[in-house]
Design a protein. Structure first.
Length: 282
């Protein structure tokens, strides 16, 4: 039995993650108490169920039982159970905004401030995050993109190993916190200064063709493709499940979007499991 433990910060998107696993035909349970996991395993064996893929949503709402999660995993992993931990996180500002928009309080805040609950939860989750097989930061990811990432990571129909997330972004809005590589394409010709292209993005053919019309763009993309194709197999061999490649320009609308599209397409053609995210557009 393969069990995915879905955990992480409250408000980061764990419930949506569980729903995504349902779409992948996983047997799913949300807000599962860790102490009940052995009972669930025993029941599945006794009833001779054919459940092979399971996703369990486990978080801080489990109280004292949550603290026992790692012990439970250690005690039951020898029963032909393959555990993986998916940790969902998010930055403080976005979490506070989500709680205020939904008019909810943090489960650890009680009558105090939301930020105090978030800080306490981060501290209590520190060890579990270190044990995580996968980490997804939803600070700049909407629920649709979260679902796409999970499907890319866990779908047996599409997964070809490590997921390469090529993300376009704007430096003026900050560097992606989860990026493994950052490439600066601000040296390329900027369509922003062309009146008819200013309000368009790299997802539009006119902008795409303009950016790719310059020899320096073609040369850069060719070299970037060559480098990524040479190093990705080493990350795969090392057991990495996800790699985030950030492509940044000033505003994240034109040059970075175009280059991210080209790199993703070429990596797919080479057989890698690549997906694209345009942070400032999406």
């Amino acid at each position: 039995m393969d069990i995915i433990i879905v955990t992480g910060l409250s408000g980061s998107g764990k419930t949506q993650a569980i729903k995504s696993f349902e779409d992948l035909n996983y047997f799913c349970m949300d807000n599962m108490l860790p102490d009940l996991i052995p009972n669930f395993i025993d029941f599945s064996k006794q009833m001779k169920t054919n459940i092979q893929k399971v996703a369990l949503g486990i978080d801080i709402r489990g109280g004292d039982s949550f603290e026992n999660l790692l012990n439970v995993i250690e005690k039951t992993k020898n029963e032909n159970i393959n555990y993986k931990i998916l940790f969902i996180e998010c930055n403080d500002d976005v979490l506070i905004k989500r709680y205020k928009e939904n008019r909810r309080n943090h489960p650890l805040a009680q009558d105090g401030r939301i930020i105090d609950g978030i800080k306490l939860e981060r501290e209590r989750l520190k060890e579990i995050k270190q044990k995580a097989s996968y980490i997804i930061d939803t600070s700049t990811t909407n629920m649709k993109k979260l679902k796409e990432k999970i499907i890319a990571m866990f779908s047996t129909d599409t997964t070809k190993g490590m997921v390469v997330n090529v993300m376009s972004f704007g430096f003026k809005y900050g560097i992606p916190s989860d990026a493994d590589f950052i490439f600066d394409v601000r040296f390329l010709e900027n369509p922003y200064w062309i009146d008819e292209l200013k309000t368009k993005t790299g997802k539009d053919k006119e902008v795409y063709d303009y950016v790719m019309s310059f020899e320096e763009t073609k040369d850069f993309v060719n070299k970037l493709e060559e480098m990524m194709k040479s190093i990705l197999p080493h990350f795969i061999r090392d057991g990495r499940m996800q790699l985030v490649v950030g492509i940044g320009c000033t505003g994240g609308q034109h040059r970075s979007v175009t280059v991210a599209r080209v790199l993703t397409d070429r990596l797919k053609e080479a057989g890698f499991n690549a997906i694209t995210q345009h942070r400032e557009i999406e």
